[in-house]
Design a binder for this molecule. Sequence first.
Ligand SMILES: C[S@@+](CC[C@H](N)C(=O)[O-])C[C@H]1O[C@@H](n2cnc3c(N)ncnc32)[C@H](O)[C@@H]1O
Length: 213
Amino acid sequence: MREHPRAALDAESVREAYRRWAGVYDAVFGGVSALARKRAVAAVNRLPGSRVLEVGVGTGLALPLYAPDKRVAGIDLSREMLEVARKRVAAERLSRVLGLVEMDAESMAFEDASFDIAVAMFTASVVPDAHRLFAEMRRVVRPGGHLLFVNHFAAERGLRWWVERTMAPLSRVLGWHPDFMLRDLLPQDMQPVSIEPCFPAGLFTLVQVRNGA
Ligand SMILES: C[S@@+](CC[C@H](N)C(=O)[O-])C[C@H]1O[C@@H](n2cnc3c(N)ncnc32)[C@H](O)[C@@H]1O
């Protein structure tokens, strides 16, 4: 049980928030998140398998970073964010991007085991129900494949915990949950392969999970 108020996001409030963010997202958030995103895609590029799903692809900031042998599909709830991503794909002629589709990550249209890797960058703290996101990502990735998340995870205590807790009621305006914790994403019995703090100053974390064989 959460001991503080949280303004939960639903699909419509996510769409509404990212309708507002789409035009300025890269300028406001692109810089601070760049190194963590680069690290996550570098981890994807090192993994075996070419079929990659990027969940919550947004404006497609990660798309130019994938290795040429990867084949990437991206999904997002926000039409406006996807429009920016599509322009990027066209401008940079990113032939490794197979498609960008408007789709809910909590209920995907893909068949089981369609991908070798699924990656969600700065998306787990946005989706209305991160446990459902995780379950869907597991379903669409083949057994033995990999799930990666890079995200801000709330602190357990201290000043940062206080700030994040205070910001929690603003989730619907911000378009993400400042008080989002790793336990809000992973099932209790799930042991990640790795948990790595990322720049700046461990504000973001890269979590890698092997899909149960
Ligand atoms: C903070 S942005 C991250 C964008 C991108 N991954 C990046 O690295 O910049 C979060 C994105 O997740 C998308 N999103 C949120 N909930 C979603 C859902 N249920 N299904 C698909 N996309 C979702 C939002 O529309 C938004 O584009």
